[in-house]
Design a protein around this ligand. Sequence first.
Ligand code: SF4
Ligand code: SF4
Length: 372
Amino acid sequence: MDKRYFESLGVELPRLGFGCMRLPTKDNEIDYEEAEKMIDYAMSMGLNYFDTAYNYHNEDSERFLGKVLSKYPRESYYLTTKLPIWLVESEEDAERLFNEQLEKLQTDYLDFYFLHAMGAERKKIMDKFNLYDFLLKKKEEGKVKHIGFSFHDSKEVLEELISGRKWDVVQLQINYWDWEEIDAKSLYDVLVKHNIPCFVMEPVRGGFLSSFAPQVERHMKEYSQKSISSWAIRWVSSLENVAVVLSGMSNMEQLKDNISTLTNFQPLNKEELEIIDRVVEELRNINPIPCTACRYCMDCTFGVDIPRVFKIYNDYKKTENKEITLRSYFRFLKEENRGDKCKKCNACISKCPQHIDIPRELEKIHKELMAL
Ligand code: SF4
Ligand code: SF4
C-alpha cells in the first residue's frame, strides 16, 4: 500500500483508509469473524488507517474496531472517530461521549477526532457548547493528535467553519460525479486555499460509481480490465491535496481491489480522464424521468417522496445495479414514502414544470422495482 507523508500533519498515511460503516454483516449485525479477517488483511498490506464513528453499525463499529485492533501495538495504526454532535446538549455530554468512545475503542488516544457531518445547523451546536475549544483541550491533554470535521454543506458554511480556527484536516465527499453535480470542487478548493489536507469519503458514491449500464461501462472496459470502482478511486487519489481516500468496504474482494488500485499508484492519464468525462456525460443523459428535484410537487398529501423515488429510478437506469437500487428503495426509503402510496389524486401534476405524469410514472416505477 502506497503511503504519503503530509508535512502539516507530520505523519505518513496510507493512500487508502478503511471506512468502518459498511462492514460485512450477519443478521443485521457486524459479522465479527469476517470483518476481523478484513482488518487483519488490511494491516498485513500496510493499510493501517481506520475510520469509524459513534453511530456506525448501530453504535457497534467502534466496539468492534477496539476489540480487533487491540491485538496490534497501538502505534502501528491510525484511528479516527467522530463526535456525534447531534447528541450533545451540554459541554459535559461531549466529555462523556468522548470517554465512552475511547473505552469502546480500547485506546487512550485518537490519531484524529472529528466533529461528525458538520453543516450550518451543527455549527450552531458547536458554537453553543464550545466544541471547538473542547477539541483543542483534548489535543492539549494528548488524547487527540489531530482535529477536524466531516462536512456536508455549502462552501460559504465551510469558509465560516474554517475562519479563525486551526483545523488539521477536513473530510469531504468527493468523487468524479459530485465534483460538478454538487459542486464538490468548490469545497475542495476552499481546503486548498487554506492549506488543509483533505480526507475523502464516498469516493465511489456509495457504490453508484462501481457499475454502469453496459453502453456506458464499455468505455472503461474496452480501455482496461480494471474494475469500474478503481477508476473512481484513482480519480480522487490523483488530486494533489487528498491525503487519504476512505472506502467503506463490505467484503474481501473490494478490499483487495482497492489495495491493488492504490499500490504502485498511477495517477489517471489524459486518455483515462477523457474516458471519465465521456462516462459522466453519458450518465447525465440517462434520465428516463426528467425530474430536476425542484420539489414544486411536494408535499404529497399521501406521503409519497416523489423526487426521491424518481432519483432512485434514474440512478438505477444509469448503473443497472440491482443491489444498490433495492437497498435505496426498500431499505432507505420508508414504506410510506414509496411510489405505491400514490392515491392518484393528481394534485401534483400541474405543479411539475417538467410536465411529468407523476402518478403514472410512480405506478410504473414501483412495479418495475418490485420485480427486480
Ligand atoms: S397524484 Fe399521487 S403523488 Fe401526486 S399528490 Fe396525489 S397521491 Fe401524491
Ligand atoms: S415538480 Fe416535477 S421536476 Fe420537480 S421534483 Fe416534482 S416531479 Fe421532479
